[in-house]
Design a protein around this ligand. Structure first.
Ligand code: GLA
Length: 390
């Protein structure tokens, strides 16, 4: 479904739900990260792209004129309401906390959207490492910009959404997901320096290669504490080495401090320091269309996430093994887990004309090994958040 078709669907659903057509429609995409995992909160580099899967919100003023935002979702039974005449705090239902946090952020800036009837629909698979939550946050922010007629700087917008995730969903995430959902560019990956927030567009338009997203269909839960623990371990490593963040640490410095840290903290830091370097090299490889080199870096990234950072899981490892066994001769350059980990998706860099054969083979072998049906699809790099009807 194109974004236009998706919006028409959401507009029709809004009319069914509220009995009148929507006045505003906004959308924000999910993302896949090609490389640079668990580097964003270490001031490092990431290389994501927005994907052609979106959160879409249609809205209108409520007929009763009340100062309340009513949020309904095509995917959730429970209705979320935000009373704008009282302080906005986290509250059930859980899914409503992402928009709730964003509304709180806008109110703190003095930008009050006023009462709204909202209908949400999302095609970003939930809990799959494709940033369904960031898409929902950035979609809410874009809707508020549309309604108030006042856009904010996109970097500030991403930061506001990140704060919503920190304080209303309790995930101390980095900036990557909200950033790419707000600032993605069609046909491009974004090399983001998470320290300076400087970006470079990396064209990804060679028709001979494609990016496959392979969903293990094992759901992940970043709020479970593992994510926060990794973040704390990285901070500990930086402190022991004597640098502001692991972005500043070299492999030599890490080796010199090895005795002063636990084996686990050492391995966490080894992943991050290596991954930051791999990400910069991968961006160079893509610019030069040096696909085999990019593929090698992707496999190395996965191995470090599996062995040193310990955020992979059996099903993600199976997909990477299957991709690796097809190999270059079968059209696979590289494959790795993407996103926070503990389930979710892999991303594979493949030859475009081999996509159907690769998807068939991995799908069948994954089912045979795990008993689970994977969902496999390709996506071109999409544009970031957009106002569809304003
Ligand atoms: C999640 C977080 C991001 C990032 C990734 C891991 O998606 O939201 O900020 O840390 O995990 O790279």
């Amino acid at each position: 479904m194109t974004l236009q078709e998706l919006s028409a669907y959401v507009a029709a659903e809004f009319e069914k739900t509220y009995g009148r057509p929507p006045r505003w429609i906004a959308a924000a995409p999910g993302r896949v990260n090609l490389i640079g995992e668990h580097t964003d909160y270490n001031d490092g580099f990431v290389l994501p792209m927005a994907i052609e899967f979106y959160s879409v919100m249609a809205a209108d003023r409520p007929v009763d004129g009340k100062n309340v935002i009513t949020l309904r979702s095509t995917l959730e039974k429970e209705v979320a309401t935000i009373d704008l005449s009282a302080p906005v705090q986290p509250a059930p239902p859980k899914w409503g906390n992402y928009p709730r946090g964003v509304v709180a952020g806008f109110l703190a800036r003095g930008q009050n959207p006023g009462g709204l009837d909202v209908l949400l629909h999302s095609t970003v698979p939930l809990g799959s490492g494709l940033s369904s939550s960031a898409a929902l946050e950035v979609c809410t922010a874009t809707l508020i910009e549309t309604v108030t007629g006042k856009t904010i700087d996109p970097v500030e917008k991403a930061l506001l959404c990140q704060q919503a995730e920190h304080h209303f969903a309790n995930v101390p995430c980095g900036i990557m997901d909200q950033f790419i959902s707000a600032l993605g560019r069609e046909g491009h990956l974004l090399l983001l320096d998470c320290r300076t927030r400087a970006t470079q567009l990396v064209p990804m338009s060679d028709p001979s290669v494609a990016l496959l997203i392979l969903n293990t269909n094992v759901k992940h839960e970043l709020g479970s504490g593992e994510y926060a623990r990794r973040r704390a371990e990285c901070e500990q490593a930086a402190k022991i080495i004597g640098v502001a963040s692991l972005r500043d640490a070299t492999p030599d410095q890490l080796e010199r401090s090895r005795e002063k840290m636990s084996e686990v903290v050492y391995r966490r830091a080894r992943h991050v320091i290596g991954e930051i370097e791999r990400t910069v090299h991968a961006a160079e490889g893509i610019r030069a269309s040096n696909w085999p080199t990019v593929g090698v870096l992707m496999y190395a990234s996965h191995a470090a996430l599996r062995d040193d950072y310990e955020v992979s899981c059996a099903e993600l490892d199976v997909i990477v093994e299957l991709a690796q066994s097809i190999g270059l001769n079968g059209g696979v350059y590289g494959c790795r887990m993407t996103g926070g980990g503990f389930g979710g998706c892999c991303v594979a860099l493949v030859q475009a004309d081999a996509v159907p054969a690769i998807a068939r083979k991995i799908g069948a072998d994954y089912k045979a090994r795990t008993g689970i049906d994977a969902t496999i699809f390709a996506s071109r790099p999409a544009a970031g958040a957009t106002i569809i009807q304003g």
